[in-house]
Structure formats: C-alpha cells, structure tokens
Design a protein around this ligand. Structure first.
Ligand SMILES: Nc1ncnc2c1ncn2[C@@H]1O[C@H](COP(=O)(O)OP(=O)(O)OP(=O)(O)O)[C@@H](O)[C@H]1O
Ligand SMILES: [Mg+2]
Length: 332
C-alpha cells in the first residue's frame, strides 16, 4: 500500500469581511500519496491559495477554519500549537508563494539569504556546511555557482525564480507547495524551470502540490490532479483518468477550453458565465448556474461524491456525472 503523506478531511474556511463571510473553502477532502505531484487547477478566486496557506496556517487574521482536519504524516496540523507548527515549516513542508519572485531581499547576496534560511531552520548546519549545501542546490536548480555571491538585481526573472526554488528545497522538505511559481515569466523559461523543479523533486523523492490556472501545465507535471470551483474540490483523481474521462461538467469544460494534449486542435470552448461570488454562493451544486445538465436537485442539494467505476481514487461532486461517451451516468 502506498503511504499517504497528506490528508485533507472536510476542510472549511471563511474570511470575515465587512460585507459578510467569504466562504473560501467548503468541505474539501482528498488524500495525497507520498512522492507524487498533485496539480490543483481552477479559475481565479476558487480557493487554491487559501487551501495551500491553510496547510501551514499561513493565513490572514480574518481567516477562520470552521471545520475539518489536515493530517500530515498522520499528525493533525490544526491541533498543533504555533510553536510546534514552526517545526514543520521549511523542514517538513516548504512553500513557494504566488509571485514569490519578489521575495528576495534586494540588499543581501542571494547565497547568503539561502544560507540564513538554512541556519534559521536547521541550526546544526555550520556556515561552511550551509554554503556547500547552497552550491549543491544551485546545481540542482540550474544556476551557476558563481551567482551565489550576486545580489538579486543582478539576476534575471528566471534566475530569481530558480533561487526561490533552491530556497524551498534548502531544508530537504517532504512536501513542497508551489503556488503558481512562474506565471510572471515567459512560457519557454517557465516550462524549463518547471520541468527542472519536477525532475529535482522526483530525484529527491519529495511530494509536491503544484497550483496553476493552466491545465496544460498541470497535465504535464502532475500524476494526480484536483479541480477546484467556488471553494470546493469538485474533481480529484489521476491525471490520466481525468483526461480519459472527466466526471464533472466543469472539468470537461476546462479541458475543452485548452488545446488537446494529444496535439489535436480543439475548438476553444469557453464555459459561459462567471464563477459565483463567495460572499453568497449558490445553494446545491455551486456550478449549477453554469451547467448545461442542471436539474432541480442540483439547485437545492449539495451533490454526493461519485466515484469513477474504473478508478476508485477518482471522484467528483456531481449529480449528473459524465460517463464513458461524454453522456450522463447514474450514481452507483
Ligand atoms: N484576506 C482575505 N479576505 C477576504 N477574502 C479573501 C481574502 N483572501 C482571499 N479572499 C477571497 O477568498 C476567495 C479565494 O481566494 P484565493 O486567493 O484562495 O483564490 P485563488 O484560487 O488562489 O485565486 P488566484 O488564481 O487568483 O490566485 C476569493 O473569493 C478571494 O477574493
Ligand atoms: Mg492564488
């Protein structure tokens, strides 16, 4: 049996605002096997960053987790005191933040910033051991070691991104969470860096959660994928199984709005409508106002979990799951 490294169980979270509560996560559940890369995809505002930040509880003051559990190596992270959780950050779980490229402090040499991060979290490292580690990390991410003593302004955008990735790898974490780490870069540089990140991750046996708007990037990097919509994880399973047969009409719509990974030129089909405002999300299935299969049930009752008949780990929240021919199936 493969080992589960992370289990999110029925996680709900809201942001308190003057206008009311933003229901940013609603009963999100999934399990991630050790050593795999999970890609999380979904339109802007669907809760991807919120989910990532909730894992390490790096949340703003107005965020409130209203239910659920986050098990990492069987430990419920939500029960840990802040001090205990600090032991997990960087060493066990590291994070590459959205727009992280600007996270390097401009007045310090890049190498020194990484050495400091290593020594902060792993005091057993002497300066020279930490410096050696930085050299190794630079090689891993494809940065020339002569760059260690340079300042951030002497780096291109792609180099800064590689340095940020080196920093995330610095304490040899078990899980890396990368929140759209490269969207500010041009696509060729982006592609090269992501492939390198994935190769290094595989070599080091790390698990990764990779967040992106771009389903093509997710398809290439991730063995398993999750699709989020309006604060919910609406579909989850192996990338192969999702591409073979998406269950949720939203996933199918997302896939149709990108050229096929098999190379065939699809007609771009955009899902009509907009995601809901999470201050006041619709009842029942959150996707129902945009769904072509909508029925009265969808408008009123949250859909049950439907499992793919061919892959038990592949599930979706839908009253009218799509079947083998793109037609509707009944529930088991
Ligand atoms: N601090 C906050 N206070 C209030 N609402 C927030 C806060 N942070 C995020 N939100 C809201 O929570 C929802 C989820 O936001 P989140 O940033 O997690 O989405 P996302 O999927 O990461 O989007 P993007 O793709 O644009 O990065 C959105 O409706 C957003 O407006
Ligand atoms: Mg985000």
């Amino acid at each position: 049996m493969a080992e589960t490294i992370l289990e999110i169980d029925n996680l709900s979270l809201r942001y308190k605002t003057k206008k009311g509560d933003v229901k940013a996560l609603n009963r999100v559940s999934f399990q991630l096997e050790k050593g795999l890369a999970l890609g999380l995809v979904g339109e802007s505002g669907c809760g991807k960053t919120t989910l990532a930040n909730a894992i390490l509880r790096l949340l703003p003051d107005n965020a409130e987790i209203t239910g659920g559990h986050i098990y990492f190596d069987k430990e419920d992270l939500l029960l840990l005191a802040e001090q205990e959780l600090r032991e997990y950050r960087w060493k066990k779980i590291s994070m590459i933040f959205q727009a992280a490229m600007n996270a390097l402090a401009p007045v310090y040499r890049v190498g020194d910033q990484i050495i400091e991060a290593i020594q902060n979290h792993a005091p057993e490292f002497t300066y020279s051991a930490a410096k050696e580690r930085v050299q190794r990390l630079f090689e891993l991410v494809g940065l020339d070691c002569s760059r260690i003593d340079h300042y951030p302004h002497q780096y291109s955008g792609g180099m800064k991104q590689r340095a940020i990735i080196a920093m995330a790898l610095a304490c040899d974490p078990d899980l890396i969470i990368a929140d759209e780490p490269t969207t500010a870069l041009d696509v060729i540089v982006q592609d090269r860096i992501l492939k390198r990140l994935n190769r290094v991750r595989e070599e080091l046996g790390m698990t990764m959660i990779y967040i992106s708007h771009d389903i093509a990037v997710i398809a290439e990097l991730s063995k398993v994928m999750g699709v989020m919509y309006a604060g919910e994880l609406v579909e989850f399973g192996s990338t192969l199984s999702l591409f073979k047969q998406a269950i949720h009409p939203y996933t199918a719509g997302l896939m149709n709005s990108f050229p096929s990974i098999k190379g065939a030129k699809n007609q771009l089909s955009i899902i009509p409508g907009e995601p809901p405002n999470l201050l006041n999300p619709p009842a029942g299935c959150k996707f129902h106002p945009r769904c072509q299969y909508v029925t009265a049930q969808c408008r009123q009752v949250r859909p049950p979990l439907y499992r793919s008949p061919t892959e038990q780990q592949h599930f979706a929240l839908c009253w009218h799951p799509l079947g083998a021919n793109g037609k509707e199936n009944d529930h088991e």
